[in-house]
Design a protein around this ligand. Structure first.
Ligand SMILES: [Zn+2]
Ligand SMILES: [Zn+2]
Length: 358
C-alpha cells in the first residue's frame, strides 16, 4: 500500500508525466513543427523533417551532422504519414532500434482532456468528471508502468488513450471542474484506479485480475431495472472459434475439453482455466486469444463456452477487464442524474475524493 502524505502528493501532481507517443506508428520519418526547435542544444529551423540516420537523427537540409535529440521546448505538431497530432508540454525525439522515439513531457492537467475524450466521449458531464478523476489517479500512480523503457506511460489502452492536445469542450470542462482531485483508499492511500467499458453486471478487483493493488472492491453493478451497463453494445456477446485454431493459439494440442474454468472471482471472471488440458490463468488465456484472433474476440473473462463438433462457442457479458469504473454503467447512471461523487462512491466505495492541488 502506498501511503502518501499531502506534501508528497503535491510533488507527485506537480511533476510532469513522460508519455511515449506514436510508438505504434513505428515512425522512421516525421515532420516536427514548433515555435522553437533544438538539435541537441543548437537552434533548428521549424518545420524540421526528421529521419532515422546511421548514427542519430538526420534533419533534411541540415549539412552539419546528425542530432542525438531533436526537441521542442514548447507545444508542437507532429506529422507521421497521414497522421497529424498536436502536443502540449515539450517533445523530445531520439532514435531507438531503428525508429524515432517520441517522449511528450506534459503536466497531468494538460494530459487529461485528451484522455477523457478518447476514453469516454459522449457521456453526460458527471460521467466525464468521474472519468477525469479516475484517469488522474491512474496517471499519478502509473509512473512505473514503463519504468524499464525509461518513460512513465504509453498513449494506448495499455495505459490510457492519449492523443495530445485533441480534446473537445466537454472533456476540457470535466478536467477543469475536477482539477487536482484524486481517489484515495480510505481517504489516505493512493492506489491505481482502473476503468473498463462494461462490467456485465459485476466488477472485479485489481488484485484478482492484475495481481496488483488497486482502488475499489468487486461490486454488483445493478439497479432496480437490472445491470446498470445493460445498454452497452457488448453487454452480451458471443464468439466462435475453430477448435484446432483455438488450441494452436493457446499453445496446446487439440485434445480434451477446450475450456474448463477452474476458478472464478466474485464478479464471475475466470481466474484459472484448463484449456485442452493446459492450465493457465485468465490473463494468459485472454492475451493469447487476443494476439491470435484480435482483441474483440474474447471481450471479457465473464464467459462460458460450449463445444459442438469442432466449433467452440464462447458466450459472455461485458467488455474489458472489469476492474474499477464501469464506463457504460457510469454513463447510464449519469444520464439519470447521478453526480460524479455519487458515481465514484458506487464503483470505489472504499475511496474518497481528495483534492491534491489548488
Ligand atoms: Zn502503457
Ligand atoms: Zn457495469
Amino acid at each position: 500500500m502506498t501511503l502518501l502524505p499531502t506534501l508528497a502528493l503535491l510533488v507527485l501532481t506537480a511533476e510532469p508525466l513522460q508519455v511515449r507517443v506514436l510508438e505504434r506508428e513505428k515512425p522512421q520519418a516525421l515532420t516536427l513543427t514548433a515555435e522553437r526547435l533544438e538539435c541537441d542544444a543548437a537552434p533548428l529551423p521549424s518545420p524540421a523533417e526528421l529521419t532515422v540516420g546511421a548514427d542519430g537523427i538526420a534533419v533534411k537540409g541540415r549539412a552539419a551532422g546528425r542530432c542525438a535529440t531533436v526537441s521542442s521546448p514548447g507545444p508542437s505538431t507532429v506529422t507521421v504519414g497521414e497522421l497529424t497530432r498536436r502536443y502540449p508540454g515539450t517533445l523530445a525525439v531520439s532514435v531507438e532500434g531503428g525508429l524515432l522515439r517520441l517522449i511528450n513531457t506534459v503536466d497531468v492537467e494538460a494530459y487529461l482532456p485528451s484522455v477523457v475524450q478518447a476514453e469516454l466521449s459522449g457521456g453526460a458531464p458527471a460521467a466525464l468528471e468521474a472519468q477525469a478523476i479516475v484517469s488522474r489517479t491512474f496517471a499519478l500512480t502509473g509512473r512505473n508502468r514503463h519504468a524499464r523503457a525509461g518513460h512513465h506511460l504509453c498513449d494506448l489502452t495499455h495505459c490510457q488513450w492519449y492523443r495530445g492536445a485533441e480534446a473537445d469542450a466537454a472533456a476540457v470542462a470535466a478536467v477543469k471542474k475536477t482539477q487536482g482531485q484524486v481517489l484515495m483508499v480510505g481517504g489516505i492511500a493512493l492506489k491505481p484506479a482502473f476503468f473498463h467499458s462494461s462490467c456485465g453486471g459485476h466488477t472485479s478487483t485489481a488484485s484478482d485480475i492484475f495481481h496488483e493493488a488497486g482502488a475499489g472492491p468487486a461490486i454488483k453493478d445493478t439497479t432496480k431495472e437490472g445491470s446498470a451497463c445493460r445498454a452497452a453494445p457488448d453487454f452480451e456477446w458471443s464468439w466462435q472459434a475453430d477448435r484446432v485454431e483455438l488450441a494452436k493459439a493457446l499453445g496446446a494440442k487439440p485434445e480434451g475439453d477446450a475450456f474448463v474454468p477452474l476458478s472464478r472471482d466474485k464478479g464471475g471472471r475466470v481466474l484459472e482455466v484448463s484449456a485442452f488440458g493446459k492450465r493457465m490463468d485468465g490473463g494468459e488465456f485472454s492475451s493469447r486469444i487476443g494476439r491470435a484472433f484480435g482483441w474483440q474476440a474474447l471481450r471479457s473473462l465473464k464467459v462460458t463456452a460450449e463445444e459442438v463438433e469442432n466449433t467452440v462457442t464462447f458466450k459472455g457479458t461485458g467488455l474489458g477487464h472489469g476492474v474499477g469504473l464501469c464506463q457504460h454503467g457510469a454513463m447510464a447512471l449519469a444520464a439519470k442524474g447521478w453526480d460524479a461523487k455519487r458515481l465514484l462512491q458506487r464503483y470505489f466505495p472504499d475511496c474518497q475524493v481528495r483534492q491534491v492541488e489548488e
